[in-house]
Design a protein around this ligand. Sequence first.
Ligand code: FAD
Ligand code: MG
Length: 348
Amino acid sequence: MKRRPFTTSKTFLPAAYAALLAAVSLFSSCRPLIPVETKDFIMGTVVSQKVYGPDAKAAAVSAVQRMRQLEAQLSFFNPSSEISRLNASAGITPVRLSSETLFLLRKSSFYAKESGGAFDILVGPLVRKWKVTQGGTVPSKEEIAALLPLADWKGLRVSENGDSAMLEKKGQMADLGGIAKGFAADEVLRIYRAHAITSAVIDIGGNVSVLGKNPDGNPWRVGIQNPLAERGITAGYVEIEDRSMSTSGAYERFFKSGGKQYHHIIDPSTGYPSDSDLTSTTIIAASSTDTDALSTAAFVLGCEKGMRLVGQIKEASAVFITKDRTIHATKDLHHTLTVTDGFPIIWH
Ligand code: FAD
Ligand code: MG
């Protein structure tokens, strides 16, 4: 027997049933939405997710799988990654790579060119020598001078339509540490959307991407660390929806030696940790791949040149904090940025 589809019309509902239905819907609209929250350690950093919606659990699980897969593929530290194969073949032969790795290499070259070489993934040999994320050692001047010529982004040759790339000189090494976490965050948002999620946050060690609005209907509020204070103390916050935000800071990863502090962002023109007038750079834009690369590039360039670079990139906004404790922000953030810690602010 064919079943009649279950249809209701308010006018035909018996009064008691209608009252019950009203009570149930009132109850469910008052009940706070419970997100799926996860914390993992991926790509050398803490990754946290907050995902709302009926398929949130499956989305969060797929996101973690995808991030682990990208880590295996893109890690500078994993000898069997695509990046390590590229590095091992430097000066010898082109290497076939996946479309994602090639995409990131092309993006890296784009930002290297736009930033006049301040963003340069071929800082790899210097990163390895400084070992900032493994305790750190200060190399000798001679060691820096010997490695400096290798940090030249023009040595990365990516076939325009093909499927391979090559590093020109023996000893050159690509390190995607300044861009790959951003790409991973973009991939996670793609996964959320595929699961019909409309409200979520992913934070991959300072690369924060938000999907839609907070379930309370407001934009997401994302804090900006005060680089001159303890971790967790913010200098302000931005209110964003469907946006990505990346921060690079001298305080993120560093070691101390001989009373001096050495951080992990290398100025490719000197071979030493970058020593611009900035202590942190935050970029907000549609794609986390872009915000990640831009925040690293601007950090090296310093306030004035960094602002100029941000101005060249469509719909990118910036919040820089200088060593002399001033916030510099792009004017488009006037209604988005709130400063909480008494920092003077200069609009650009
Ligand atoms: P960002 O400013 O975004 O990037 C700084 C990082 O980019 C530096 O640490 C360096 O790696 C690179 N870099 C330095 N100077 C420049 C420059 N001028 N231009 C371009 N890039 C530059 N860390 C570990 O300790 N162990 C791991 O096993 C490990 N695995 C990782 C795997 C992947 C796929 C990725 C993406 C990162 C991994 N990391 C690991 C972390 C990585 O080494 C960096 O320290 C991290 O990505 C820095 O991110 P950030 O947002 O703090 O700084
Ligand atoms: Mg970065």
